[in-house]
Design a protein around this ligand. Structure first.
Ligand SMILES: [Zn+2]
Length: 128
């Protein structure tokens, strides 16, 4: 689910909401189908980990703990594991590129904004 808001934080124009299958995009980018596809990809990633961690958690512990773990899985993995964050962003930028964002622009954003320690050339190779 996508919500459109006036302003996020002055840096980002779209982002997934922590612990929920929801993303917010600034209203001025409402027509940007690529950005929408990028954020929907992150929601899908959240849902996949939610199901996997929720199912494993409910087998190994109680439902309340499993639910909380499932809700936190994507965001914790994204924040802590740089390889997961890189994988998640590469997938999201590849979706965004299907709507016309150039590989140069996507590679620059990937290299500069996600604490991945990538050069633009390395980012480009991941996006090809
Ligand atoms: Zn992203």
């Amino acid at each position: 689910m996508i919500f459109y808001v006036n302003k996020i934080n002055g840096v980002m124009i779209g982002r997934k909401v922590p612990m929920l299958p929801i993303a917010v995009i600034e209203k001025q980018y409402k027509g940007d189908k690529g950005l929408r596809a990028h954020e929907i990809e992150h929601i899908k990633q959240y849902c996949v980990l939610f199901v996997i961690v929720g199912a494993l958690g409910s087998l190994l512990t109680n439902a309340a703990i499993a639910l909380v773990a499932a809700m936190m899985a994507h965001d914790v993995a994204y924040t802590v594991i740089s390889k997961y964050r890189c994988w998640a962003e590469v997938k999201a930028f590849k979706k965004q590129m299907q709507y016309g964002v150039s590989i140069d622009k996507a590679a620059a954003a990937l290299a500069e904004h996600y604490r991945l320690k990538l050069t633009i050339e390395e980012a480009k190779k991941l996006l090809q």
